[in-house]
Design a binder for this molecule. Structure first.
Ligand code: DGJ
Length: 778
């Protein structure tokens, strides 16, 4: 709900309020963003920052109206440079007459039904939109501040629009999407940084006087710094305290600036990175910045996380996929890479079906001369040596096997060794008279060109039309270099690429609404709300290692719901780390999201096969909760151990994962605790039982044998075929109040002795999954 009375604007959602007012100088002053509040007669004075005297050396904004007000010492809803505010400002403009000096004062406002942006994704189903118009009357430039209100999700989406009404061309040098000024409260900043096979690492730092920034200059949102970040009071924890989370609905270069001044004022702003950005606006042209997403919760990190999760599911991903169960995937990449033939794929699909897979995905290598990554990108003709019956033939066989069929594309990439490049060398991004730099032996297609966009739309469409395809994995495997330009400024290139990309994605997802699209960029190199506005899920990382995924997925869940997180079980040792991890852990991690496999089942040990069958049954039974339930991270009081929980909407069913990093000798007592269960409801609790290969016990096997055996010898190998050690068993009935408050004390962890059916043999990288169901009286 948006209200304007007197000069005060009040935005309320279910749990938060956002307040600002118009000052007598015409500046828009920010007053409050936090837990929901009431104002007496819209009187802003109790909330508003006082400026009863001008601090030494201040530049006074307009002495005739207020001889104490300096822009540098107030909270502003929108600020601009060269009028006394020396902090970072969200917009920088230039024209021939006024240079860099512009002065924006409040003009009027509008409360209306939300309107979508042109060419940029807009979150859907907003309750309403507030637009505040500011104007520089002299230069005839307007700045519009937009606020989309999402009451149930407790989110405000904001953007800034710049309109040139003047005769002179206007150059936009910086155009972020919002600025937010807050009074400092000993804040901490959490960002998500990383690289290939190591995305979404949480970095936490105290915010002191100074400036912090996160950015991408790769052309894409990138794994270097995800556009998501979080600012919380230092004392806030998982479940209480003030937490603000921010994200951007954009897939290109981005920048977030967080600046704390000596005067205790914190400025937060984010949007398109001004790096090599220069946009020209002629008379009556407008520049729309992408929407940014802001949320607040006083219920700690979990509270802010739930807001972002609900918002993304309900207002970002295409509505037809919200709540639609995602299929269990078998993807051939980690199994075969480029070396496959139709019969190999069909037999992989058949095996996978036995292990619960519902969708077979053919990854890279099906077209042109694509037998390795040196050639073929840009071409769409099927490789008949590998697929003699074409995609149609393979698709038919997969469907006949009772499965859906999915296909990999990398439409943004082009190999110089491709028919497409030979025919259209000018379709690749490269700077005139220079040799472009390759990455993974490829270049990028120049998506600023409409003919390139149409080539991609045409080719992908015709394959989707012909081959009965249910799913697309849309990959992109390099960063931008050697930027070029056409009939526009070079400073417009990066943004125009993203607009071109969005036109392609928008056209395809509207044309094929039944096709499930999954985004991918060498894993999570473009995991952002822009991509999610078209594709409801993203391949999170090429690292499927059973331990690395704990870090990667934990970071991802801070900003993105589980329904968007694609996670596969692959072989051990993992291809990315050569680390051995138990099959149950790989499963337990991949279950918290959109589950899939990426391996040859025939190469799995027998025990692992049994575990796959047992675990996939659990996943399928509770899939809706794993994908769309409320997610909480639970306090494990240790960096060496993590606890994740998902909870059904009716709060009657919950699943809790416990994940060890390294096993500790004499590990501390462990609780099975939860959030959000119904206090007065009786629940049945059970652990998903595991089995352990006897060889995991090494020479301790001798404690069980009447004579000494070689733990690496033939006898133990033979025995291991028939005999496993049963995992711990745990079942009980308990009220929700116990699980929510004290938690159950579960059985101790194995520590060198005392093996029985209650003791938890966790080992390094071990895990457990607990199932909690409302008890039904017979
Ligand atoms: C990178 C992706 O992240 C992988 O899953 C796989 O699709 C390869 N590309 C194929 O080239």
């Amino acid at each position: 709900m948006v209200k304007k009375e007197k000069d005060v604007f009040l935005i309320n959602t279910n749990d938060l309020s956002y307040v600002f007012h118009i000052d007598k100088t015409g500046l828009v002053i920010h007053d409050y963003f936090g837990k929901k509040i009431d104002l007496v007669d819209f009187d802003i004075k109790p909330l508003s920052l006082k400026h009863d005297f001008a601090k030494g050396t201040s530049v006074i904004y307009d002495e005739k109206i207020d001889n104490q007000l300096s822009m540098d010492h107030v909270l502003l809803e929108f600020s601009f440079p060269h009028k006394g505010d020396f902090r970072s400002t969200p917009v920088l403009l230039k024209n021939e007459k006024f240079g860099y000096v512009f002065d924006f004062k409040y003009r009027d406002f509008e409360i209306r039904e939300a309107k979508p942006l042109e060419g940029l994704p807009t979150p859907h189903d907003a309750n309403e939109e507030l637009v505040v118009f500011l104007e520089d009357k002299v230069a005839q430039v307007v700045v519009e501040l937009h606020y989309l209100v999402f009451e149930e999700a407790n989110v405000i989406a904001r953007n800034i629009v710049i309109v040139n009404n003047g005769e002179l061309p206007l150059t936009v040098l910086k155009a972020l999407s919002y600025q937010l000024d807050l009074v400092n409260k000993e804040f901490e900043l959490t960002t998500l940084s990383g690289g290939w096979v190591s995305e979404m690492n949480q970095q936490i730092q105290d915010i002191k006087e100074g400036k912090y920034s996160i950015e991408s200059k790769t052309g894409f949102s990138s794994a270097r710094f995800n556009p998501f970040f979080m600012i919380k009071e230092k004392r806030a924890n998982l479940d209480s305290g003030d937490v603000y989370s921010f994200n951007l609905i954009y897939s290109g270069n981005h920048l977030a600036e967080i600046e704390l001044t000596h005067y205790g004022l914190l400025r937060v702003e984010a949007g398109i990175n001004p790096f090599c950005f220069e946009y020209l606006l002629n008379k009556e042209e407008r520049f729309e910045t992408p929407y940014a997403v802001l949320t607040y919760s006083n219920k700690g990190i979990n509270g802010a996380r739930l807001n972002m999760h609900h918002f993304t599911n309900n207002h970002v991903i295409p509505s037809q996929w919200n709540g639609t169960l995602r299929p269990v995937v078998i993807n051939n990449w980690e199994a075969t890479a480029f070396k496959f033939k139709e019969n190999k794929l069909v037999s992989l699909a058949k095996d996978a079906k036995k292990f619960g897979a519902e969708l077979f995905v053919l990854d890279d290598g099906w077209f042109g001369q694509r037998n390795n990554d040196f050639a073929g990108l840009g071409d769409y003709n099927v490789n008949k040596k590998k697929l003699p019956h074409g995609l149609e033939g393979l698709s038919k066989k997969i469907h006949k096997n009772g499965m859906k069929f999915g296909l990999w594309f990398e439409p943004e990439g082009i190999n110089p060794d491709s028919d497409c490049y030979r025919a259209h060398p000018d379709w690749a991004i490269k700077c005139v008279e220079r040799e472009p730099s390759l990455s993974r032996h490829e270049l990028l297609m120049d998506l600023t060109k409409i003919e390139v966009q149409d080539y991609i739309i045409g080719n992908v469409s015709s394959i989707l039309e012909k081959a009965n395809i249910d799913y697309v994995k849309w990959d992109m495997n390099r960063n931008v270099s050697d930027i070029t330009f056409g009939n526009y400024l070079p400073g417009e290139f990066y943004h125009r690429y993203i607009l071109g990309l969005y036109r392609i994605l928008d056209t395809l997802v509207k044309k094929f609404p039944q096709v499930l699209f999954e985004g991918c960029a060498s894993g999570g190199n473009r995991f952002d709300l822009g991509v999610l506005s078209y594709f409801p899920q993203i391949w999170t990382s090429d690292d499927t290692d059973g331990h690395e995924r704990l870090t990667i997925q934990s970071g991802t869940y801070l900003g993105y719901p589980l329904s968007t997180v694609s996670a596969h079980v692959s072989c051990s040792p993992s291809q990315s780390m050569l680390r051995k991890t138990p099959i149950d852990t790989r499963f337990n991690l991949a279950m918290f999201g959109d589950f899939g496999y990426e391996l040859f089942f025939s190469e799995l040990p027998k025990l692992d096969k049994r575990r796959c069958l047992a675990n996939i049954a659990v996943y399928k039974k509770y899939r809706e909760i794993f994908q769309f339930g409320d997610f909480y991270e639970l306090d494990s009081h240790s960096d060496n151990f993590k606890k994740w929980q998902v909870l059904s909407k009716d709060r009657k069913t919950s699943l809790v994962g416990h994940f060890n990093v390294l096993q500790k000798s004499n590990a501390p007592e462990c609780h099975l605790d939860t959030k959000g269960l119904l206090d007065n409801q009786k629940y049945d609790v059970e652990v998903v039982k595991q089995e352990i290969d006897i060889r995991e016990f090494g020479s301790l096997i001798n404690a069980l044998t009447p004579f000494h055996v070689n733990p690496n010898g033939w006898l133990v190998r033979l025995l291991a075929k028939f005999k496993t050690i049963p995992g711990d068993d745990y079942k009980c009935q308990v009220y929700g109040s116990v699980l929510n408050n004290s938690g159950l004390v579960i059985h101790p962890e194995w520590s060198g002795n005392g093996l029985n059916d209650k003791v938890r043999v966790m080992r390094d990288f071990g895990s457990r999954l607990y199932i909690i169901n409302a008890h039904e009286e017979n």
